[in-house]
Design a binder for this molecule. Structure first.
Ligand SMILES: C[S@@+](CC[C@H](N)C(=O)[O-])C[C@H]1O[C@@H](n2cnc3c(N)ncnc32)[C@H](O)[C@@H]1O
Length: 227
């Protein structure tokens, strides 16, 4: 098995003709959700399955990754922490503020936070950023995967509260969660308009890319805050 740097703490592992995306394990010896651990030379990696993670799919689809080893990240829609744990691997010296509004789901993520001190769990509604403004500091990256009808507005209000100028928003827009009757392309256009064309948006589009076939009717978006 060979490990090749993909970006910062993100790697591709090559075994014969098979390639896997993986992150460097922040908690060696511990898996988080049943993912494969792979040792290459002195380093342990956690295999990151793009079918289970919109963020992994976005990176594989060549959307740019703004993460560094020290990034501060606001993660909206953390669910049980599957992808959050990989972000925790990627920003080893940084911090991940992980927002989830379902108490049951959040409860499943808490054991992960005990092993990973760079994750700060926040039981909160991402559409009310003021409710966690006393905890979250200005961040380098906002990642959003809440699958809600008002996804773009939720992303925008968090960007306005927390994203540093020059920072990046990454989001996955799920067309069917916004409007299950409209054509996905119509939904994507309308959500991008909300995100980018409001007077106070201050976001410029860097790249967008559909995530099919890994995630059907999802659009991955990367935007940069201009000021
Ligand atoms: C598609 S799942 C996220 C999957 C996760 N990002 C991953 O890759 O492991 C969406 C999550 O967002 C949460 N969610 C939806 N609306 C939310 C809101 N307004 N505030 C906080 N969490 C929300 C849901 O409870 C659900 O757990």
């Amino acid at each position: 098995m060979k490990a090749k740097t993909f970006h910062e703490n993100i790697f591709t592992l090559q075994q014969g003709k098979k390639r896997f995306l993986a992150t460097r394990n922040l908690s060696p010896g511990l898996e988080v959700y049943g993912e494969r651990l792979v040792q290459v030379e002195q380093t342990e990696y956690r295999v990151w399955e793009p079918k289970r993670s919109k963020l992994a799919a976005m990176l594989l689809k060549k959307l740019p990754s703004p993460f560094t080893n020290t990034s501060k990240v606001l993660y909206l829609g953390s669910a049980t922490g599957t992808t959050v744990s990989h972000v925790s691997d990627i920003v080893q010296q940084g911090v991940v503020y992980a927002v989830e509004f379902s108490p049951r789901t959040m409860r499943d993520m808490l054991p992960i936070c005990e092993e990973r001190p760079n994750i700060i769990p926040l039981l909160a509604d991402a559409s009310k950023p003021g409710s966690y403004a006393n905890v979250v500091e200005p961040v380098d990256v906002v990642f959003q995967d809440v699958a809600q009808p008002d996804q773009a507005s939720i992303a925008l209000s968090n960007v306005q509260h927390f994203l540093k100028p020059g920072g990046y928003l990454l989001m996955s827009i799920k067309a069917r969660s916004v409007d299950s009757t409209a054509k996905p392309d119509t939904v994507f256009k309308q959500q991008l308009k909300t995100l980018l064309e409001q007077d106070n948006s201050k976001l410029e589009l860097v790249k967008k890319q559909k995530l099919a076939p890994l995630h059907i009717d999802h659009l991955g978006v990367v935007a940069r805050k201009t000021e």
